[in-house]
Design a protein around this ligand. Structure first.
Ligand code: ZN
Ligand code: FE
Length: 264
């Protein structure tokens, strides 16, 4: 039943489910209009199953980037549901079935909810993030993970540092919905860089408890990441010292942290 007991100011509903090896699928629902959107398409069958279970019809796909575990289900879902596909205009050639291309600062109207697009090159050159400002939620794809960030497959360290800065500029209580459950390994790596960071030590323990119960550690928040994510802390004296790079520019520090994470 749509709309019963709700009003047009109802917040964005986020339905999160694990799929593939370590991806999260997300179905977004605007309760006021009953519109439904999938953030990325890691697994078309899993998404169709979730839609079915709730009796929802798919209206939109919001792609963050072109990788197969994010856009691989686009064409099948479009064929089966007639949904429209939204993604980065800059990556139109690599996003299967793209209908609407968006760039920095442009807005996607999702019923009564609004998503603002941030361009966050680094993991791929055409990566974008969807920020639902009024709902305090951002869908960050493979740009940021809890205590981590995406590998630099296409972009430069300077681009990724700038992209992460855009996320850090969001309010501290903004929920960041990342596309993978990589948190436990990220925490172990972060502790090698900042063993004396009390927030990090406490968070790593909390993450271990959640994972032992099979529970997700995503979403995270901007505030939590600010305190514990080494890739956002390349301008902190503590992190620079631990990498032997005291006083070095943040892009160099970020690049060294990313290099070490690749080998971890
Ligand atoms: Zn990716
Ligand atoms: Fe991915």
């Amino acid at each position: 039943m749509m709309g019963t007991g709700r009003n047009a100011s109802a917040a964005l509903e986020v339905h999160q489910f694990p799929c593939l090896e370590d991806n999260y699928g997300y179905l977004l629902r605007d309760a006021a209009t009953g519109l439904t959107a999938a953030v990325d398409t890691p697994d078309a069958a899993a998404i169709l199953r979730e839609l079915d279970r709730h009796g929802w019809r798919l209206d939109f796909i919001l792609n963050t980037h072109h990788h197969g575990d994010h856009a691989g289900g686009n064409l099948e879902l479009k064929a089966r549901t007639g949904c429209r596909i939204i993604g980065a205009r800059a990556d139109a050639a690599r996003i299967p079935g793209l209908d609407v291309g968006l760039g920095e600062g442009e807005v996607f109207e999702f019923g009564t909810r609004r998503a603002r697009v941030l361009e966050t090159p680094g993991h791929t050159v055409g990566h974008i993030v969807y920020v639902f400002d009024a709902d305090g939620a951002a869908f960050v794809g493979d740009t940021l993970f809890a205590m981590g960030c995406g590998r630099l497959f296409e972009g430069t360290p300077a681009q990724m540092w700038d992209s992460l800065g855009k996320l850090l500029a969001l309010p501290d209580d903004t929920r960041l919905y990342c596309a993978h459950e990589y948190t436990q390994k990220n925490a172990r790596f972060a502790l090698t860089l900042e063993p004396a960071n009390a927030d990090l030590v406490a968070r790593a323990a909390a993450v271990d408890r959640l994972r032992a119960q099979g529970l997700p550690t995503v979403p995270t928040t901007v505030g939590e990441e600010r305190r514990t994510n080494p890739f956002l802390r390349a301008d902190s004296a503590a992190l620079q010292a631990s990498l032997g790079l005291a006083g070095t520019d943040p892009v160099t520090v970020f690049a060294e942290a990313r290099r070490r994470r690749n080998a971890f």
